[in-house]
Design a protein around this ligand. Structure first.
Ligand code: ZN
Ligand code: ZN
Length: 135
């Protein structure tokens, strides 16, 4: 696939970024940390090369949400934008819905379904993993 510059940003318009696609992976994460960080039952993410991610406008707030994990939010409106884990150096996950419209990849799996809200029914037939795909 050809590489493509993918733009994105936050709800209030303060933060704008670009990243180079195509994404390495895209999934729905049901883990407790994502649930708390987003105030939502799950978060959809796409994984890109960290070196291709560039904030082009506005200011991010970097939140150390657990050991080795940094979540990037808009410093003004709090939109969840990024996730980085020391165990996956060179990668960055971006929230699918901070990517601009047409560029949004399709999720290919559910991960951390052991934390899934019991009232949330999955009917999309995507592969579902109790923890991360790598175990
Ligand atoms: Zn914002
Ligand atoms: Zn998660």
């Amino acid at each position: 696939m050809n590489s493509v510059r993918v733009p994105g940003g936050c709800f209030c318009g303060n933060v704008r970024y670009v990243v180079t696609g195509p994404e390495k992976f895209a999934c729905f994460c049901h883990c407790k940390s994502c649930q708390h960080a987003a105030g939502a039952p799950l978060v959809a993410w796409a994984t890109y090369s960290r070196s291709s991610f560039e904030v082009t406008a506005g200011e991010m707030h970097w939140h150390r949400s657990s050991p080795g994990v940094t979540r990037g939010l808009c410093s003004n409106c709090g939109t969840a934008i990024s996730y980085e884990n020391n165990r996956r150096p060179g990668e960055i996950d971006l929230t699918l819905n901070s990517l601009d419209g047409a560029a949004v990849p399709e999720p290919r799996a559910h991960i951390w379904t052991e934390d899934k809200a019991p009232w949330l029914q999955l009917g999309d037939n995507l592969p579902a993993y109790k923890k991360n795909i790598s175990g």
